[in-house]
Design a protein around this ligand. Structure first.
Ligand SMILES: Cc1ncc(COP(=O)(O)O)c(C=O)c1O
Ligand SMILES: [Zn+2]
Length: 437
């Protein structure tokens, strides 16, 4: 094991983490299984992490269950995470982001209650740091010092930032057309960048081959099931804040949670988090989870609309067959994904919550960036504002009613791609300065 890895605090497996189950065939694997996907179902046989929920429920009252001693930040929820660092470190102690009660924006939209879970302030300025934190901790446990991923930009930025903090190295496969600010993050933090002259989907396929060939740690969330668990903490933080965490919110519980969707990892994670908290009796219900895609990259929303009913009863192969890969054209680069790798998991969990998928045009995303910035003081990149754009669309469709309480996730900071937001504003003409005396 290299000294770089050894210099990080120790990490162990969570004793409540018991193994994995395949989203297609349900076959279970022990927790030391390291092949990422189901041996029978191949690359679509993505695994779900399972815990001994009965033991957690019996042994940890909610107050304790939500607060493991140890490494701080998202590790407060270490009982529901696969790995547990012994101490905090800047490479993995992230999370604890604000849940804004956006009263002015709610009043403007005529929505009873609107909460914004604001992940724009994380170290690399997107929610993806939650997954990268778990990746670094797991790599520490395995003694692997080189990590790699494919990314539309933000997963890569999170890996580059947190690897730099840990002193580990990373290789990143990214579409050459990713926004400049995101590419700057990668290069400045010292990642090896492989710009792929193609789509994110093509970068992903190339990354899988190179990760396998080089024995790197895979920080591909759509492949490595442990990383979705890190993203899950965004839901656990909402649950914690609205139940026992902050008494001022005690009477509020969301009817609906809106999540932007590319590969479908964040939404799978959010839905899993709410389902687990409910299963253990810590929270009142599982809210409806609504996945929002950009119209120009909406394979899940299109397939959802084509199935009349029985979404929740569909088998893995039926879901896979219903979703057709699409070409992508949208300003929301982070969710510009034609083949959502986590589509089966995302569909299953969204259907189980009673929610659905919908698509929004780019103009609505631009409008949402402006609304968030002006009425809530949150500057989100296009994908980060897509959840709010989805609220506008879902209200039009009758999926969300005025009197409901809604949470939307702001998943990435607007400074990563400010050009889209500028569609809302224009610079006033310059005025002359004071005359020189
Ligand atoms: C800011 C932002 N929002 C949403 C998403 C979509 O997440 P997922 O690909 O897990 O569906 C991404 C993914 O890159 C992102 O960077
Ligand atoms: Zn399987």
């Amino acid at each position: 094991m290299s000294s770089v890895v050894n210099n990080l605090p120790e990490v162990q497996l969570n004793p409540y983490f018991t193994g994995f189950s395949c989203v297609i065939c349900g076959q279970e694997q022990a927790r030391d299984f390291t092949d990422n996907v189901c041996p029978d179902c191949g690359v679509d046989g993505i695994l779900d992490v399972i815990y001994d929920y009965g033991r957690i429920r019996n042994e940890c009252p909610p107050k304790d269950a939500f607060a493991a001693p140890g490494a701080g930040g998202l590790w407060r929820f270490a009982r529901l995470l696969p790995v547990q660092p012994a101490a905090s470190h800047s490479a993995w102690t992230v999370g604890g982001t604000p849940l804004h009660d956006a009263q002015r924006l709610a009043a403007h939209l005529g929505q009873k209650q609107l909460l914004i879970k604001d992940d724009t302030g994380l170290p690399s300025a997107s929610l993806k740091d939650r997954a990268a934190a778990v990746a670094i901790a797991h790599a520490r446990l395995l003694g692997v010092e080189h990590l790699a991923c494919a990314s539309t930009g933000n997963a890569a930025a999170s890996l580059a930032v947190l690897s730099a903090r840990a002193g580990l190295s990373s290789t990143i496969f990214v579409p050459a057309k990713a926004p400049e600010a995101k590419l700057a993050q990668l290069l400045l933090h010292g990642a090896t960048v492989v710009p792929v002259d193609g789509t994110y989907d093509q970068a992903f396929d190339l990354s899988l081959v190179e990760i396998e060939r080089n024995g790197w740690y895979s920080r591909n969330c759509a492949h490595n099931p442990l990383l979705v668990e890190g993203k899950k903490t965004v839901a656990l933080e909402i649950g914690f804040a609205l139940t026992i965490g902050f008494r001022r919110h005690a009477a509020i519980w969301p009817d609906v949670v809106l999540v932007p969707v590319g590969d479908g990892c964040i939404i799978s994670a959010v839905a899993k988090g709410f389902a687990e908290m409910h299963r253990m009796g810590w929270t009142p219900t599982v809210p409806k989870i609504i996945g929002v895609q950009a119209e120009g990259a909406s394979p899940l929303a299109q397939a959802w609309a084509q199935v009349d009913s029985g979404h929740a009863q569909m088998s893995g192969p039926e879901i896979r067959a219903a979703i057709t890969p699409t070409a992508c054209q949208t300003i929301a680069d982070s969710i510009s994904v034609g083949i959502p790798r986590n589509r089966i998991k995302a569909w299953r969990r969204v259907a189980a919550s009673g929610g659905g998928f919908l698509a929004v045009p780019d103009e609505t995303i631009v409008e949402a960036i402006g609304l968030l910035a002006t009425h809530a003081g949150v500057f989100a990149e296009p994908s980060g504002a897509a959840g709010l754009a989805g609220l506008l669309a879902a209200r039009d469709k009758g999926w969300i009613r005025d009197g409901q309480t809604v949470v939307t996730l702001a998943t990435g900071h607007g400074l990563k791609d400010p050009s889209a937001g500028l569609g809302n504003v224009s610079l006033p003409a310059a005025v002359p300065p004071l005359p020189t005396s």
